[in-house]
Design a protein around this ligand. Sequence first.
Ligand SMILES: [Zn+2]
Length: 439
Amino acid sequence: MVIGHLKFAWLVICVGCLFDFCLTPCFTTAMRFDLLIKNGLLIDPAQNLNAPYDVAIKRNRVAAIDRNIPPESAARVIDAAGQIVTPGLVDLHTHVYYGVTFWGIQADPVAARSGVTTWLDVGSAGAFNLIGLRDYVARPSRARIYALLNISSIGLTAMTYELANLNYCDVDLCCKLIDAHRDFVLGVKARVDANTVGANGLEPLRRARAAADRVGMPLMVHIGVAGPSIGDVLTHLKPGDILTHCFTGHTMRLVDQDGRLLDDARRAWERGVIMDVGHGAGSFSFETAEALMSQGYKPDVISTDIHQMSVHGPLFDMPTCMSKFLSLGMSLEAVVRAATSRPAEVLGLQGEVGTLRPGAYADVALFKLCEGDYVFYDVFMNARKGRQLLCNTLTIVNGQPMARTPDGPTMPWITSTEDQQALVTRGHTPTAMARGCCA
Ligand SMILES: [Zn+2]
């Protein structure tokens, strides 16, 4: 009887292999994986893994991870020797409403060269144009795209002032759209600074708060130049809400003149407000980052705020942004956590993305960790030296490697700044810096 039970158990395990999950003994059977990534250093903070592991994929899911999975068990093998294998990156702050908004870029070309497989578009769409983001951008994209809905019904169609007209801050309409798209919209977004709210002060934020509470989702608030004071803004944020641009150098920054963390900011940090980088074109200061990190306040989430202006530097992309945090002294594992499992948790997508646990989506990023003398810049063109540069070599979404294609066009209203031209002249673009390491 015991033998019979064992036989049955064996059958169950191996039938399981044919679908999504597998245990080591099945590797010797006729079962085949679709894709096997061998010999890489797997860094998957969700599983506390930082060691050599092979990753096997069947259809669009991770099927197995193990120390040594035989190459003959897979239809296709990728040799990742000398490379770092991570879950596909989860970028918590992006703008990908290409062709419709001031800021939007095309996600897929950047995904293919940066390792970002899950993109949260934060507020490009409001109630009036959410369906377009979903149908015309997210649906045809290879990269996984979710959205936060702007409390402004017009979203980020224009550069600024989306909250300056309270007629556009319609809580009922915002909630109605979110309720109809709960599998796509994961929260509410409001940009609160002098250039967005006009004369409306905190009222747009109050309405965004009301909408987020009513739908039971997180609120992401952007800060920048006051206008509203940082203290007033922070009091509106609850645990699980997201403060983006947490290392801004502008007047809503989280530190005082002497670089000390503000009391309101400390209380927000302690009660579990998620602190998100959102580098962008104007929102990342080395000085602020160093002041906060020296007091023990590290970001929860490293995100890009990639858009038409920031994609040409000094932000450039997620691997460059992550490399800046390596230069600030964060460990590689902590940096990967802040770009994978932590944002996945914030979005309630843990176990699905941001990890390579068997059963998760087969979204994978491969990197070389280049060593050299690198120079990184914040948005004020303040420079810091670093010794490590992450360089993406391959991006896999749903088990399928992405082909590299040129970035989408720069919009007619965007012109390259003198600072951006200087980065090219100095050879301080990621492509130039990675030459010789990561062709
Ligand atoms: Zn943004």
